[in-house]
Every structure is written in structure tokens, then in C-alpha cells.
Design a protein around this ligand. Structure first.
Ligand code: NAP
Length: 434
């Protein structure tokens, strides 16, 4: 029996879990894990909040996988940029797409293109040193910022903006972003939900953290968290308790207020040259109960960060569902020899453990249909030849370890690393003058 040649495109958690599943379920498999960036680990490096270092420990498991004799990491190799979709299908028996969802969803309201409006993918990428967004230079020069969305990403953004530099000690917040945030004259952060507290998708642990910030008081209108609803989920009940606690605790006179604004749907971003405010419309129970007289209101803010979800990026030749913003698939199957996992399969929902279960289920189905391959495929040898013809220098796992060492050596005291944030710097650290 010949070896099965498999390729995983994308080295975030769902990609690594797919590689792990392949090694466990397919005998004699060789796995190449590709990433368009010179660095591995996807959102573990570029998305998970810099002050949630515990969540990043999963990278150790991925590091071990990269040392498996049948696995190669090939960074700096972009699908649709350096290698085509059809080429990968020719080279490998199985192509697993783990492309993530890197494109910010749009609000679809007037003013969205003004300077000062940022999607969370770009904003989080900026403070996490993701090369695509390193030079975002967000306008954090006014006292107030609006964060649209009631999910955990909105909470991450609010917390990173609200924490003091001392509270970020021990994080890997990039220096360029830490300096801008520390210098921002922030007094008000508005976290805006278009629905009510019971419909928010924050998880209680993340929400609770916002009540323990050194320089920020949470502020909640008690009417938004009044009576529990029988249909509340367990998480919604806990969130309501936490928010009621915030409403009761009252301001402690801290310099920054973190306002929770519920039932407020964005209508427009206001401003001529840049963001000056956001226009919202009250909706839902408050309006129905006559608790608000006029259902439109403005907040004066200098920047808006939309944390409203993401879409996968279309790649030439790849079946794509433009309505859902995912790779077109049925239970992860795209076409014979191709499957898709993670956010590029399901859309942007779920945490790292959700993606593990999802990748394992997809690979189990795909492995069942590979059987004994009828034709030998050249696998990584063909990819290496093609990359060399195109003068693409892939970043190997050994190269990544050089980047890793360099970043750790550059870390200020008490911090895990100071990231290299530009592709050229990363490549220079990885491969030097070779
Ligand atoms: P999310 O939980 O789906 O939240 C998206 C939010 O955007 C929702 O509140 C949604 O409101 C709102 N929204 C969507 N379109 C909108 C519009 N046009 N106008 C106003 N609001 C709009 O997604 P996320 O926060 O991006 O997080 C993605 C996934 O990563 C989640 O599963 C999350 O739990 C996970 N994550 C976990 C952590 C952690 O564990 N610490 C950290 C970050 C992310 P509706 O509900 O009304 O649609």
C-alpha cells in the first residue's frame, strides 16, 4: 500500500486538529501543513487576546505535532498566491481546507468607510501584530470608542482597551499597540448590542472579567437586566446575574466607564472626514414598553470597532458560498479528495475545543472515503519543486523555531515574547541570508 499524501491548508487550531486526526486515523499518511503567513498557529497567535496566555498553551500540542516525522510545516505558502487549488488536488490524495474566516463582516450602514471604523479582524490583528494589520494605525485619539457586537470578541476588544499597562504585564500585547492604547485619552467605551442581555453571546467568565478592571467601571441600565426570562439559557442566566451585579455596584469613580448599551441597532456612522459618532436606534422591549421616548440616539465617539463576525476569503477555483461566507460543503465534504474544517466550513463560531471536535468528525468521514488510493500522488515533493520554480521560500518548522527564539529573547521583563510583526522581519529572522 502506498503512503497517503495529505495537505492541510491553514495552521490554526482547526488545521492542526485535522492533521492530528489524520495521523490517528489514516495509516501511513504524510501531512504537509501550509500557511500563507511565515508563522504557525493562526488565531492562537493572531486572534486570542494577548492577556489570555493560558488559551495559547494549546500551541505546545501543535508544536509536538510539527515534530512528528510524517508532518511538515510550510509557512509563507499561500493558496491562490503561491500554489493553486487545482495544483494541490493534483499533488495530494486529500486536501483539507482550514482557511479560517479572515474577512470582517460589514455592518451595511452609511458612514462605514469613514476613517476610524475598524472590523475586529483588523483591530485584533493590529494589537496582536498580525502582519496584514500591523500598520492599521487606529484613531484612538478621542475620549470615546464604540464597540459593536455582544460576543466574546467585543469583550476582548473592550478589555484590551480598558486595561492599564500594568494589567497587561505578562501579556504579549505588541509594543506598537500597547503604546497607542496607553496614550489614548479614553474615558468611555460603549459595548453595543442590537438585542438584549439575554441574547448576548458573551460567555460568563469573559463578561465577569470586565467587573474586575483597575481603571474601568462597568455601567448597566438596570431596566436591561430586570426580570429573568424563563427561556434564558444557563449562560444567559449567569450573564444576567453578572450584569445585574454591575448595575447594582454603581460607579467607583474610576476614570473610564464601560457602558453596556442593549437593544441598540446601528443606523449610521457619523462624521465628515472621520468618525465623530454613531447613530443607534432603540429596539425591542424598551421601545415596546414606552421606556424610551425617541427611538434614535447618537453617541459621540472617535472610533468604532465592529465585532460582528467574519467571512472566509474566496480563492480562485474553490467552491464558495458567498451568502454564508464559507467554502461550499456538505458536512465538511467539498468534492472528492477535498474537505473543509473550522470557521471556513461552519462560519465564525465556537472556541478551540469546538474546532477540535469538528475537525476530528470531518477527517473521520474523509478518511473512510479515501480507501486505498488507486493512483500514487507525488505529495510534498511536487509542491517543493513547484515552490522552488516560483522562487517561494517556505518557512519550515525549524525556521519558525528561530523566529520563536528571537521573539522570546526580545521580550521585556515578565512578558512571554515581543512579536516580530512584519513579513520581511519574520522572514529575515527565519531564514536570514540563506
Ligand atoms: P459572536 O459570538 O457570534 O458575536 C457576534 C455579535 O455581533 C453578536 O452579538 C451579534 O448579534 C452581533 N452582530 C452581528 N451582526 C450585527 C449587526 N449587523 N449589527 C449589530 N450587531 C451585529 O462572534 P464573535 O464575538 O466574533 O466570536 C466568534 C467566536 O469566537 C465565538 O464563538 C466566540 O465565543 C469565540 N471567542 C471566544 C473567546 C473566548 O473564549 N475567550 C474569545 C473570542 C472569541 P446577534 O446575536 O443579534 O446576531
Amino acid at each position: 500500500m502506498k503512503a497517503i499524501e495529505a495537505c492541510v491548508v491553514g495552521s490554526g487550531p482547526s488545521g492542526f486538529f485535522a492533521a492530528d486526526a489524520l495521523l490517528r486515523t489514516v495509516p501511513d499518511v504524510r501531512v504537509d501543513i501550509l500557511d500563507r503567513l511565515p508563522t504557525p498557529y493562526g488565531l492562537v497567535r493572531g486572534g486570542v487576546a494577548p492577556d489570555h496566555q493560558g488559551t495559547k498553551n494549546i500551541a505546545r500540542q501543535f508544536e509536538r505535532l510539527c515534530q512528528h516525522p510524517s508532518v511538515r510545516f510550510l509557512g509563507n505558502v499561500g493558496l491562490g498566491r503561491d500554489v493553486g487549488y487545482d495544483e494541490l488536488k493534483d499533488f495530494y490524495h486529500l486536501v483539507v481546507l482550514a482557511l479560517g474566516a479572515p474577512v470582517d463582516r460589514k455592518l451595511g450602514v452609511p458612514g462605514e468607510d469613514l476613517p476610524g471604523v475598524y472590523g475586529s479582524g483588523a483591530f485584533v490583528g493590529w494589537y496582536n501584530g498580525q502582519p496584514d494589520h500591523r500598520d492599521l494605525a487606529p484613531l484612538l485619539d478621542r475620549p470615546a470608542v464604540a464597540i459593536v457586537g455582544n460576543g466574546n470578541v467585543a469583550i476582548d476588544v473592550a478589555r484590551v482597551l480598558a486595561k492599564t499597562p500594568e494589567e497587561m504585564a505578562g501579556s504579549d500585547l505588541c509594543r506598537h499597540a500597547g503604546e497607542v492604547i496607553a496614550a489614548a485619552p479614553l474615558t468611555d467605551i460603549y459595548v453595543i448590542g442590537r438585542r438584549g442581555a439575554a441574547q448576548a453571546s458573551f460567555t460568563p467568565a469573559e463578561l465577569g472579567e470586565l467587573g474586575r478592571l483597575r481603571r474601568a467601571d462597568p455601567k448597566v441600565d438596570p431596566r436591561d437586566v430586570a426580570a429573568p426570562h424563563p427561556a434564558d439559557t444557563a449562560a444567559a442566566k449567569k450573564n444576567r446575574e453578572i450584569l445585574r451585579g454591575f448595575a447594582q455596584q454603581g460607579p467607583a469613580g474610576k476614570p473610564l466607564t464601560l457602558h453596556f448599551v442593549f437593544h441598540a441597532a446601528p443606523q449610521a456612522i457619523l462624521g465628515r472626514e472621520r468618525v465623530e459618532g454613531i447613530l443607534l436606534a432603540h429596539s425591542g422591549p424598551k421601545v415596546e414598553a414606552g421606556a424610551v421616548a425617541d427611538n434614535a440616539f447618537e453617541l459621540a465617539v472617535g472610533a468604532v470597532v465592529t465585532c460582528i463576525g467574519y467571512r472566509a476569503a474566496a480563492v480562485p477555483g474553490l467552491p464558495f458560498d458567498p451568502a454564508r461566507g464559507v467554502v461550499r460543503n456538505v458536512d465538511g465534504q467539498v468534492e472528492p479528495g477535498v474537505c473543509v474544517v473550522g470557521w471556513s466550513k461552519r462560519g465564525p463560531s465556537g472556541t478551540i475545543p469546538t474546532n477540535r471536535a469538528d475537525s476530528f468528525a470531518v477527517i473521520e468521514r474523509a478518511a473512510g472515503s479515501i480507501g486505498e488510493p488507486l493512483t500514487a500522488k507525488p505529495g510534498g515533493r511536487a509542491l517543493d519543486r513547484l515552490l522552488s520554480e516560483r522562487s517561494v521560500r517556505a518557512v519550515t518548522f525549524g525556521d519558525w523555531l528561530r523566529i520563536d527564539e528571537r521573539e522570546k529573547a526580545a521580550a521585556p521583563a515578565g512578558r512571554p515574547r515581543e512579536k516580530l510583526t512584519r513579513t520581511a522581519e519574520l522572514l529575515a529572522a527565519a531564514i536570514g541570508d540563506q
